[in-house]
Design a protein around this ligand. Structure first.
Ligand SMILES: Nc1ncnc2c1ncn2[C@@H]1O[C@H](COP(=O)(O)OP(=O)(O)OP(=O)(O)O)[C@@H](O)[C@H]1O
Ligand SMILES: [Mg+2]
Length: 524
């Protein structure tokens, strides 16, 4: 792992808000405020004029702007092939848009702490390989040396243990098990983590990359649209500008309903207006199924961990959407425990601070010449973190019973990494001279429902091999998420192997092109 001279920071690149944090010289993970003195920067981009963008404009300004020039919720598109917006004559992709957010954070924070060169960026656990690589590319385009991509709940667990004074204490061997329930603006994960002072082990995880606070807003917006249609016979969904303002107002109303029993949402369109009263009770009814999806996932994750709810030492809530009263109430009913609440574990910044702690752990272990104090270095240099894979890895094979092509799972999801496994398959027909291995990411038996990660092939096998000749296939998943695959035909010992390269959407040339384009942009 290579570190460049300069600061190493942790960044929570969120769907709705992003935050940068650093472990300071006193050893405290600390969010660094932006130019407007806020620790969270809205992940909203205003394409203001040629080569000039405003990142995190204030709410009302963004809502009034032409929707063509506003980019929101870009994290949802990370890793989507073919998605782009056109601005200034260029097709800009989610990686480039995200890099503008990262550049804004870097630029604002550099004014306070000096050059920022290295970064750990967090992603939802349920992000697949392509989305992770796209996030890494966004970091590169922003001029950051991305030393690691880590999972948001893992980061939150580090923050939790840190604030309890448990992280890095070699005398603390007692195991604690916690559930991290992370409901942010756009994504949801539930994760069971087991840890003692020096060992962090993710036991199981599951989630949804398209479930978050914005979906709660959209339910309110749909309700207002329905009322508007009943009154005026017009479906507002087709009017982008009106919807942009309405969605913003629904976010405000939702946040009001966290502390108030009732509010109202106004909506004006082409001279006709409506004001719709909404009680908290109605809001909870409108969003009940969304909350229930998070409850079902949470139950599943705890079962996958081989645990019962009362095996858990704490239920930790992360993400701004957990401030909605329906969330802790549901969790208490589901688990029989009151979720952990403490000012030390601010749900808005816990992930960024955990990313900063992870960055400091890497610095303590790999970059001895860093600025951390000896006390902090000592504390962190022995911390070990173990992850699981959030998606299964399989190989395309023919199921002989049904004569059907299936995704045969080699490494099931929620397997502790590093992990290696060999399985023996057989050739399909007499005289088969080549064997092709297709490495799939996904848990579905149907290969077309999974993503192809890579292929390798044994060719030039002798022409006379009988059907059923054994072929041994080995999958290895190392700690850093690198996957290697090999296949060996066991009679002649011919072998093929590949190292799967993480592939994002962009090619190397496209990344380089965007790095050059980014240089021409000014960011406010
Ligand atoms: N007081 C509140 N009551 C209800 N919801 C809130 C409150 N404060 C913030 N939110 C919601 O929390 C969400 C933002 O949370 P957070 O900053 O954790 O998400 P994010 O990191 O941007 O998204 P993700 O982690 O999903 O990528 C928004 O949808 C916002 O409306
Ligand atoms: Mg988040």
């Amino acid at each position: 792992m290579e570190f460049l001279p300069g600061n190493t920071v942790g960044i929570d690149l969120g769907t709705t808000f992003s935050t940068l944090a650093i472990v300071n010289e006193e050893g405290e993970p600390t969010p660094i405020p932006n130019e407007d003195d806020e620790v969270e920067t809205a992940s909203v981009i205003l394409l203001a004029e040629s080569k000039h963008v405003i990142v995190g404009p204030n709410r009302s300004r963004a809502a009034m702007e032409d929707p063509e020039n506003v980019v929101e919720r870009i994290k949802r598109q990370m890793g989507t092939v073919g998605y782009h917006r056109t601005f200034d004559g260029h097709e800009i992709t989610p990686e480039f848009v995200s890099s503008l957010i990262l550049r804004k954070l870097k630029q604002d924070c550099e004014r306070q702490i000096g050059t920022i060169s290295n970064a750990v960026i967090t992603v939802p656990y349920y992000f697949n390989d392509t989305r992770r690589k796209s996030t890494q590319d966004a970091g590169r385009i922003a001029g950051l040396n991305v030393v690691s991509i880590i999972n948001e709940p893992t980061a939150a667990a580090l923050t939790y243990a840190w604030h309890r004074g448990e992280l890095g204490r070699s005398d603390s061997t007692e195991k604690r098990r916690i559930l991290i329930y992370d409901l942010g603006g756009g994504t949801f994960d539930s994760t069971v983590v087991e840890y003692s002072g020096n060992n962090f082990h993710v036991v199981s995880t599951d989630g949804d990359v398209k479930l978050g606070g914005v979906d709660w807003n959209d339910r309110l917006a749909d309700y207002v649209c329905q009322k508007y249609q009943e009154k005026y016979g017009v479906n507002l969904h087709q009017f982008q500008k009106t919807m942009q303002i309405l969605r913003n107002d629904c976010d405000v109303a939702k946040i009001q309903l966290t502390t108030r029993e009732q509010t109202s949402i106004s909506c004006r369109h082409e001279g006709q207006g409506i004001s719709v009263p909404v009680t908290r009770e109605l809001f909870e009814e409108l969003t009940y199924d969304l909350l229930q999806r998070t409850a079902d996932t949470t139950q599943f994750v705890v079962e996958q961990a081989g645990m019962k709810f009362n095996d858990l030492d704490a239920i930790v809530m992360i993400g701004g959407s957990t401030l909605m009263p329906q969330v802790p109430r549901m969790l208490e009913k589901l688990t029989g425990q009151k979720p952990y609440v403490s000012p030390d574990l601010d749900p808005h910044t816990a992930v960024a601070r955990g990313a900063a702690i992870h960055a400091a752990i890497l610095e303590a272990q790999y970059n001895k010449g860093n600025k951390l104090s000896d006390r902090v270095k000592k504390l962190l240099e022995n911390v070990r973190e173990e992850d699981v894979n959030s998606h299964g890895l399989g190989v395309v094979a023919t199921d002989p019973k049904r004569n059907q092509v299936v995704n045969h799972i080699m490494i099931p999801r929620n397997t502790t990494l590093p992990y290696s496994i060999s399985k023996t398959f057989q050739t399909n027909k007499d005289g088969q001279t080549r064997v092709s291995i297709q490495v799939m990411e996904g848990d579905a038996p149907d290969p077309t429902a999974c993503a192809l990660l890579g292929k390798c092939r044994i060719t030039d096998l002798p022409p006379n091999l009988p059907k059923g000749t054994p072929v041994e296939v080995t999958y290895s998943f190392d700690k850093t998420g690198r996957i290697s695959v090999s296949a060996r035909e066991k009679l002649t010992n011919q072998e093929a192997r590949i190292e799967i390269e993480r592939r994002g959407v962009l090619t190397e040339e496209e990344v380089v092109k965007f790095i050059q384009l980014a240089d021409q942009y000014s960011i406010e």
